[in-house]
Design a binder for this molecule. Structure first.
Ligand SMILES: [Zn+2]
Length: 179
């Protein structure tokens, strides 16, 4: 969205705000998101195609796609049915994305459960100096900070960063089985 908005003349500041292209204003109240633009002033919103239509008063979405295709050299065969190879490539990409999202959800659950477990075990601290120390409490002394660190890392990592944590997370999953 940003590429197209800037390409068609919008001045976007560092926080993603710009003067609304849909109504006249002096201070920016439109925000550019990865896949669309939304104006907090007039409530207008549009995706890349809708935005292109509005900017150039193009009635048909397909015509806006043609314009984007030309202006940005996208090499899309507009109006032609995709080839079998393109379709299978497309399905493969969708499938890969789904698999990743599923993994991400599961990985987060593993990390979060681990952190929760460490916090629970930390509660098992001996009540008096004579009490025998619970092994789980001792374990949590060693690993609570680590669990917090891992959760924090995961939340802030991008996709490849998250995937780089895969073996650690697999390891935790194995540990959780025997906890
Ligand atoms: Zn507006």
């Amino acid at each position: 969205m940003r590429t197209v908005a800037e390409g068609y003349g919008l001045q976007i500041d560092r926080s993603g705000m710009c003067l609304c292209p849909f109504h006249a204003e002096k201070t920016p109240s439109a925000k550019v998101y990865p896949h669309n633009i939304y104006c907090f002033g007039c409530g207008e919103s549009a995706d890349v195609i809708g935005f292109t239509q509005k900017m150039f008063s193009i009635a048909e979405p397909i015509e806006a796609v043609r314009k984007l295709n030309d202006d940005y050299g996208l090499h899309i065969s507009v109006g032609e049915a995709p080839t079998t190879a393109e379709m299978s490539e497309y399905h493969k990409r969708i499938e890969a994305r789904r698999a990743y999202e599923q993994w991400e959800k599961q990985a987060w659950k593993t990390l979060h459960d681990y952190l929760w477990q460490m916090r629970q075990w930390r509660e098992l601290a001996p009540k008096s100096p004579d009490d025998v120390q619970d092994e789980r409490f001792v374990y949590s002394l060693h690993y609570l900070d680590y669990a917090e660190y891992l959760c924090d890392e995961f939340i802030h990592a991008d996709r490849s960063g998250k995937l780089a944590m895969r073996s650690i997370i697999d390891q935790l999953k194995k540990i959780q089985h025997i906890m």
